[in-house]
Ligand binder design. Structure first.
Ligand code: SME
Length: 157
């Protein structure tokens, strides 16, 4: 069992490691933010097949839905609300193994069971967040955190 877990985690790290140069290639020379967020969301969805992956952009006192892959989602989230609004408020990545156990979780889909939210911080301010949802419990760990933080750092905001 522990060995299986190791293999799965190893594969995941390998998948990220091969994906990152592709993402760098997609972003290189393209200054348009929407185009870049859209391609990063698509590349992640294609590689990992997650239930939902996308971005929310900080606009005034709300997060507003940006480019994403997956089912339709909530369009606006206030600061401190849900996992996304909490990640924004704390300017920190949040890994939620069971969304039902997260106070104030916003259920855009009842199929989502676990979630990771990574803030895009520039000049000390959160400008956007990356949100990834899975239909499986405890789907995300610090390996995802490490690589997703590396990936969002590549996006020029
Ligand atoms: N579950 C998120 C809302 C966004 S959707 O999952 C796409 C939250 O609690 O902030």
């Amino acid at each position: 069992m522990a060995e299986d877990l190791h293999i799965i985690q190893g594969n995941k790290a390998e998948q990220y490691t091969s994906l990152i140069p592709q993402i760098k290639g997609l972003l290189e020379g393209e200054p348009d933010l929407v185009a870049n967020l859209a391609n990063v969301a698509a590349a992640l969805k294609e590689q990992f097949g997650w239930f939902w992956v996308g971005f929310y952009l900080v606009k005034g006192d709300e997060l507003v839905l940006g480019p994403f892959q997956g089912p339709v989602a909530c369009t606006r989230i206030r600061k401190n609300r849900g996992v996304c609004g909490s990640s924004w408020a704390q300017a920190a990545t949040l890994i939620v193994p069971d969304v039902e156990a997260f106070p104030g979780h916003i259920a855009c889909s009842s199929l989502s069971r676990s979630e990771i939210v990574v803030p895009l911080i520039r000049d000390g301010e959160v400008k956007a967040i990356l949100d990834v949802d899975s239909e499986h419990l405890s789907h995300f760990d610090t390996t995802d955190q490490q690589f997703l933080e590396e990936i969002v750092a590549l996006i020029v905001l």
